[in-house]
Design a protein around this ligand. Structure first.
Ligand code: FES
Length: 276
């Protein structure tokens, strides 16, 4: 025989507190009752992402002005095709020279950003209006989540994370090479060195603050006290993780501005200021 404990007077139940069936959700004919300018944020996100896509697409297809000894643009690094202007990485792809070297590697940074949990939220809201903002009705009638083609590919994020870590190592290597001068002699530094260093640092912060990284470092553990090293890494990554959205934006601007700097130096528009 089963027994149930008597309900306390005033106890709240799923049905609304009086034991009656839960009421249906309120039917609101308005798309939203919000009176603030809720559309500003999704609009700004859409404009910023569009601007980045237009700029990066132009630069990736331009196939020029991406190397100014000793600096290389992050859009073209690692430059692994034989048509590369640089000498920073082994060229082992024998593709036709009219194909920009940036196109060979584009899928990795692009895939990492596209499948990022933070960017998903941003572009689902801004481009698909799904939903456009909190407490604002969405135009779509059905929601199938990320269980079907093409959104099921979002689950590749953890693999893109591994690729992004490799890219970060390469971009850090590029930043170290930037401590040379135009003749290849070591022990020199210019504004470009600082720009490449800042870019690599921001990309490390973005990758290490990734939700998947946090799971890789500290996930699936039942007992942190038995894994003190992983606990320390997990604590560090968790701290970074609280700023992930900020790192996502700052590193995006960082990549674009680093490329722009190399472009301006390589095209002769500006001269790199050398400190020593
Ligand atoms: S969640 Fe944003 S990079 Fe992984």
């Amino acid at each position: 025989m089963t027994t149930t404990s008597p309900r306390r007077p005033g106890a709240v139940t799923a049905g609304g507190g009086n034991g009656a069936p839960a009421p249906r959700r309120a039917t609101i004919s308005e798309r939203t009752l919000r009176t603030d300018r809720w559309w500003v944020q999704p609009a700004l996100v859409a404009l910023t992402l569009l601007a980045f896509v237009v700029y990066s697409t132009f630069r990736a297809f331009q196939n020029a002005y991406y190397f100014a000894e000793p600096y290389i643009s992050p859009f073209y690094s690692p430059c692994i095709a034989t048509g590369c202007q640089d000498d920073t990485f082994p060229h082992f792809l024998n593709g036709p020279s009219f194909i920009s070297p940036a196109l060979y590697i584009l899928v990795f940074p692009l895939g990492f950003r596209l499948t990022c949990y933070y960017y998903r939220r941003a572009y689902y809201r801004s481009f698909w209006l799904s939903p456009p903002a909190c407490a604002v009705g969405e135009p779509h009638r059905r929601y199938s989540g990320e269980t079907r083609f093409p959104l099921i590919f979002q689950n590749l994020h953890r693999y893109f994370l591994l690729a992004s870590l490799l890219f970060n190592v390469i971009l850090t290597y590029d930043a170290i090479l930037a401590f040379r001068d135009q003749t290849g002699a070591w022990g020199h530094m210019g504004v470009g060195t600082l720009v490449l260093l800042a870019n690599a640092t921001l990309l490390w912060c973005y990758s290490l603050s990734c939700h998947s990284c946090r799971h890789v470092v500290g996930g699936r553990l039942n007992n942190f006290s038995k894994h003190p090293m992983r606990y320390r890494f997990w604590t560090l990554v968790s701290r970074l993780n609280t700023r992930h959205s900020r790192f996502a934006w700052v590193s995006l601007f960082g990549v674009a501005l680093t490329d722009l700097y190399v472009f301006l130096v390589a095209s002769g528009t500006i001269t790199d200021l050398r400190f020593f």
